[in-house]
Design a protein around this ligand. Structure first.
Ligand SMILES: NC(=O)c1ccc[n+]([C@@H]2O[C@H](COP(=O)([O-])OP(=O)(O)OC[C@H]3O[C@@H](n4cnc5c(N)ncnc54)[C@H](OP(=O)(O)O)[C@@H]3O)[C@@H](O)[C@H]2O)c1
Length: 249
């Protein structure tokens, strides 16, 4: 019961696939209803998973590069229902030599990974602060600490997500809203398809992971449920690595 989310509604950006889907499934299994927000649709098997649990999963179309659209769509959503949990999961990566990195790519990464995250924290955090209860979980990364390689926009955005998490914690913790972050390690999703396909890089990375394997979306389910639950009421401003031990190496 200490991880029970019955009666709660969560918004998970990018919650229909990849790591977001792992967290969506965790929240559904813990009793929450979930709204996923992304450009794409929800796959049928995720809908089936929710109905088997007697829960609902609803898709909202949202392009996080367009903040006017974000404000409109979230405004409409909040007009109809209360959202207790926000997981800022949607994100993108662009890889290129820093010296050639196009500013348009840098801006796009920062837009989705940072600016939209801050705006969503404001839009959903406001009503949470009014109610004196809410859970915000941002998705950081190993490059919230290190610099990565040929991903300057991504590293800058994820470093900033960790700092933003702490900044909001300092203002909102005493008002009943928990703001924390999960920092996944190397996870087997579409974002890493090229790295996974590169046998040499893949072996190099796996050898550095104490757990001996890449993470999966399911590896994020438990930590997301925990941070969304009353069990984490006294956890504020934490950046929790879920990395198979990578940071410890
Ligand atoms: N995979 C890893 O190793 C790893 C490690 C650390 C952190 N992370 C972070 O974890 C999060 C999820 O990554 P993932 O590995 O699951 O990546 P992914 O498989 O590429 O999925 C990315 C998700 O973000 C959504 N998204 C991308 N651009 C969007 C936009 N403009 N508007 C709305 N939604 C958008 C996508 O949905 P649509 O395409 O349907 O819009 C999709 O659901 C990201 O923040 C990523 O930076 C990943």
């Amino acid at each position: 019961m200490i991880f029970d989310l019955t009666g709660r509604t969560a918004l998970v950006t990018g919650g229909a696939r990849g790591l977001g889907r792992g967290m969506t499934e965790g929240l559904l299994a813990a009793g929450a209803d979930v709204i996923t927000a992304q450009r794409g649709t929800i796959p049928d098997d995720l809908q089936r998973y929710a109905s088997e649990l007697d829960r609902t999963v609803t898709a909202v179309r949202l392009d996080l590069t367009d903040l006017d659209q974000v404000e409109r769509v979230i405004g409409d959503l909040l007009g109809g229902r209360q959202i207790d949990i926000l997981i800022n999961n949607a994100g993108l990566q662009h890889r290129d030599d820093s010296v050639d990195f196009a500013m348009s790519d840098f801006d796009r990464v920062l837009q989705v990974n940072l600016r939209a995250v801050f705006r969503l924290c404001q839009l959903l955090g406001g009503p949470m602060l009014d109610r004196g209860y809410g859970k915000i979980i941002n998705i950081a990364s190993m490059v919230s600490w290190s610099g990565g390689y040929r991903v300057p926009g991504y590293a800058a955005s994820k470093g900033a997500v960790a700092q933003l998490t702490k900044a909001l914690c300092n203002e909102w913790a005493a008002r009943g809203v928990n703001v924390n972050a999960i920092a996944p390690g190397y996870m087997d999703t579409e974002m890493n398809a090229a790295l996974i396909a590169d046998t040499a890089r893949n072996e190099q990375i796996s050898a550095r992971i104490p757990a001996g394997r890449w993470g999966t979306p399911a590896d994020l389910a438990g930590v997301a449920v925990f941070l969304a639950s009353p069990s984490a009421d006294y956890i504020h401003g934490a950046i929790i690595p879920v990395d198979g031990g990578w940071l410890a190496r």
